[in-house]
Design a protein. Structure first.
Length: 217
């Protein structure tokens, strides 16, 4: 079973996808973290993100693995290193490189093959798993999303700066040459503004439960 979740930055998809995976006891894959890992690796090696050839060459040889919901780069657990302002700034640029998207999407399909997963990102429902058993798009206003990011306390930016950064991120995500953020046909859309995590979880589970009674009982 594949549960695919898309949505813009700050819509709550990462939090709810992880919670779903934990409670359904399936594998959680955060596609955005794979792009962040590649960004981290490039920055560590002094590779300019704008130098697409060098970025692609690095991505082709990088060893990325998921273990118990955490992500590793060349056997190092880098899960705690992926949410700096520098990576927030550069990851969208890296993810807009078409060959990089194909490398990452191929890795996600490989990890997911033959197992039950909850996977989230920008093009999971439209490109990577268009035939997934369950496809969701989570959304919220820019103001709501910016406030959530600000309250996480992982950024040194002001609320106004985070709002501007999310607006730029939305523009990049919605105008990518391949894998752009969009609501795919047949996807269930849920606005998370005003909803708690538990309320969002309950709403998604209500869609999932009828087809997977044994798993969500």
């Amino acid at each position: 079973m594949v549960i695919a979740i898309d949505g813009p930055a700050g819509s709550g998809k990462s939090t709810i996808a992880r919670l779903l995976a934990e409670r359904l006891q399936v594998t959680y894959i955060n596609s955005g973290n794979i792009y962040r890992v590649l960004t981290l690796g490039c920055l560590k090696k002094g590779i300019e993100i704008k130098n697409s050839d060098s970025v692609i060459a690095f991505a082709e040889q990088a060893h990325i693995a998921y273990r118990e919901g955490e992500i590793f780069l060349d056997r190092e657990n880098v899960d705690a290193l992926l949410h700096s302002d520098e990576i927030d700034k550069n990851a969208p640029l890296l993810s807009a490189i078409v060959p990089i998207r194909r490398i990452v999407n191929g890795l996600i399909r490989k990890i997911s093959k033959g197992i039950d997963v909850v996977v989230e990102g920008r093009d999971m429902t439209s490109v990577v798993f268009p035939d997934a058993e369950h496809r969701f798009y989570l959304d919220a206003s820019i103001e709501t999303r910016a406030k959530r990011r600000f309250e996480q306390g992982t950024s040194e930016l002001s609320l106004e700066e985070i709002t501007a950064a999310i607006q730029r991120r939305d523009q990049i995500d919605r105008n990518k040459a391949e894998g752009s953020l969009k609501i795919a046909e047949g996807v269930t859309v849920l606005d998370t503004m005003g909803l708690t995590i538990e309320q969002t979880y309950d709403k998604l589970l209500a869609y999932i439960r009828p087809q997977n009674k044994k798993m969500v009982s």
